[in-house]
Design a protein around this ligand. Structure first.
Ligand code: NAD
Length: 379
């Protein structure tokens, strides 16, 4: 039966490749990090480990992102594969087992997650649940001795992020944040321009990410502040991380911020950050208005991503008219998971470490404080 499922899976995979023409070349990146700042060197990482072993991934939380993006992307990864699920929704189990050929012994609930410690099939637990639940799930996975991949935004507070980092360190497992943009090839070219200051010293930066949706309903976690709902956590974290990789600097203060909160959560947030060199950056994020841009101005010109964070079609350009490259043909998440798997297999730093996720949450908290007090807030 398992053989039949595997054969069917292989057939589906080959058909999908043939039908879409998708060919994935995982970007192999050496991932030095400097105080949480992303490295974007395009120098090749060490070769995949000699055994060619694939890491077994268990998805924790089978909601829309798992279902629509991560599980499909895992069908194309070279260095990891979907082997397990951890869910609180029993009705999803047979559907996922049938679709992805997941063995009975690799199915877990939130209650028996700890028993995954005894399962050699599973190397990584990928936490893809509401943001306020990341901390507890990630720590439990780390204590079970599994590497942790944690979706963005990493957690509710810098302290919660640090608790995840500490648990992973203590249990000698690896931790990556699901910042897919850092694995996207045009974004990597953009970052390379930032690192070399191709257009001179930076003078200003702009970072916008929003979509024209509805106010999130208050009976859903995205409409609940305590669960990590709202524009700033959900979409704003892209603008903050984008400024981080775009400027290669951490901001030192939030000069001002405003939040539009018609219900429990913000639907739009706008902010101004200040850097140690006196430069400022403006950001805005929304779940009711469409915009998507990351632009870094230098003394001699600019480079930008427009749009900067959709699942596909990310485009980069410079003031000289250079287009950074065609939008990638395929899923960013496939590149992300292969890079994160290679970082584990080769024992190299990853592109999106927990410290980076934590530093972004620190900026989010400072923006909220500035909006609530009407004052500038040091970070
Ligand atoms: P979703 O609401 O579609 O799914 C959430 C899942 O978590 C559901 O299966 C739900 O049953 C489960 N869950 C577990 N504990 C829960 C609890 N206490 N309350 C409510 N649900 C609980 O959400 P989603 O869109 O899949 O988002 C999940 C995570 O993935 C979030 O952190 C989100 O920010 C992130 N995400 C990332 C991207 C990206 O591009 N990187 C895109 C979408 C979502």
């Amino acid at each position: 039966m398992q053989d039949l499922k595997n054969a069917r899976r292989k057939f589906l995979r080959q058909s999908a490749i043939a039908a879409t023409g998708l060919i994935f070349m995982p970007t192999i990146i050496s991932c030095e990090t400097r105080s949480g700042a992303p490295s974007t060197s395009t120098a090749p990482a060490a070769a995949p480990e000699k055994t060619g072993r694939k890491l077994g991934i268990a998805l924790l939380g089978l909601g829309s992102y798992s279902n629509g993006q991560i599980a499909p992307s895992l069908q194309f990864t070279k260095h990891c594969e979907l082997r397990g699920i951890i869910t609180g929704s029993p009705e999803k189990v047979p559907v996922w087992q049938e679709k992805y050929g997941i063995k009975d012994e690799n199915v877990y609930t939130y209650e028996n997650l700890e028993t995954i410690a005894d399962n050699p099939d599973i190397d990584v637990v990928y936490v893809i649940t509401p943001t306020a639940t990341h901390k507890d799930f990630a720590i439990r996975a780390a204590k079970a001795g599994k590497h942790v991949w944690c979706e963005k935004p990493m957690a509710m507070t810098p302290e919660d992020c640090q608790a995840i980092i500490d648990a992973c360190t203590k249990n000698k497992v690896r931790l990556s944040v699901g910042y897919r943009m850092l694995h996207e090839p045009n974004t990597q070219k953009f970052i390379a321009l930032s690192k070399e200051k191709a257009f001179g010293e930076f003078t200003s930066a702009t970072s916008y990410a929003g979509y024209a949706g509805q106010d999130p309903p208050t009976d859903y976690w995205r409409g609940q502040r305590k669960m990590g709902g709202g524009a700033l956590y959900d979409m704003g974290v892209y603008t903050i991380n984008g400024l981080h990789y775009g400027t290669q600097m951490a901001p030192v203060a939030v000069l001002k911020a405003t939040q539009d909160r018609p219900t429990d959560v913000d639907v739009t947030t706008e902010y101004t950050l200040e850097y140690a060199n006196g430069m400022t950056a403006t950001g805005k994020t929304s779940v009711v208005t469409n915009y998507n841009l990351l632009k870094i101005e230098g003394k001699n010109g600019w480079h930008q991503m427009d749009p900067m964070q959709p699942y596909g079609g990310v485009k980069g350009m410079t003031s000289e008219g250079t287009v950074l490259g065609p939008p990638i043909d395929g899923k960013q998440q496939t590149l992300q998971m292969d890079n994160d798997a290679l970082a584990i297999l080769n024992d190299k730093p990853c592109l999106a470490p927990g410290e980076m996720g934590r530093d972004d949450i620190r900026v989010i908290r400072a923006i909220i404080e500035s909006a609530e007090t009407g004052k500038s807030v040091d970070i």
